[in-house]
Design a protein around this ligand. Sequence first.
Ligand SMILES: Nc1ncnc2c1ncn2[C@@H]1O[C@H](COP(=O)(O)OP(=O)(O)O)[C@@H](O)[C@H]1O
Ligand SMILES: [Mg+2]
Length: 244
Amino acid sequence: MMENTAIQLSDVTVRFRIPHEKIPTLQEYAIRWLKRRSVSFTDFNALNNVSFSIRQGETVGIIGANGAGKSTLLKVISRVIRPTHGRVFLRGRIAPLLELGAGFDYEMTGRENIFLNGAVLGFSRKDIASRLDRIVEFSGIDDFIDAPIRTYSSGMVARLGFAIATDIQPDILIVDEILAVGDADFQKKSAARILRYHDSGSTVLLVSHNLDSIKNLCDRVIWLEHGAIKMVGWVDDIVKQYSL
Ligand SMILES: Nc1ncnc2c1ncn2[C@@H]1O[C@H](COP(=O)(O)OP(=O)(O)O)[C@@H](O)[C@H]1O
Ligand SMILES: [Mg+2]
């Protein structure tokens, strides 16, 4: 791996097993298993031999249709799932902001979730306590901070997640489609924060369906199709091809 590489994937394949017949409940599944009645599966590759490398300080967008494998790619980079084949190399502290609500406990309050998430990111209670006011302020959650997260709108959950993951300056920030659910004001604030990371040398990986955000924020783009790289290159070139 080159010295200035932040993320490198070599031949990464992620395979899921999908049950062939529709099995309505977990109980039914267990009964079949106990009776040793066979359950047949099909293997499905959500990612297929994906290789690329990203330099420190780049902001890279990931685009592609629904089901193309974008979230799977971010999860395998964040080490939430393991590749079936291939390897993922990372250099630096990573702050993953995966699909909406990943890493949150919906019965706990916003405040409790800040501590929970901070702990996952490797911070001490004291450290998080010192950041708490700033995180709450950036999230704009106000009085709801002491209400359980299940009472939040999806935009509020996204704002809180973004506020936590970006209060520290991670070496690598991973953002999955979260900007789209916030209101216009929050989108502006979070875009500004991503640009600031970029200016100070963090590496950012961003999944978005909003091609304007991709154009404003990213240097390069990876276009995924059916779990494979269709194209990778400078943002203007790829967005132009993608929009055809
Ligand atoms: N845990 C899973 N088990 C089975 N299939 C999955 C799982 N996670 C994702 N998939 C499938 O993998 C494909 C890629 O999913 P995903 O990475 O979420 O796509 P995207 O984020 O680009 O919309 C989809 O067809 C999806 O149904
Ligand atoms: Mg997705």
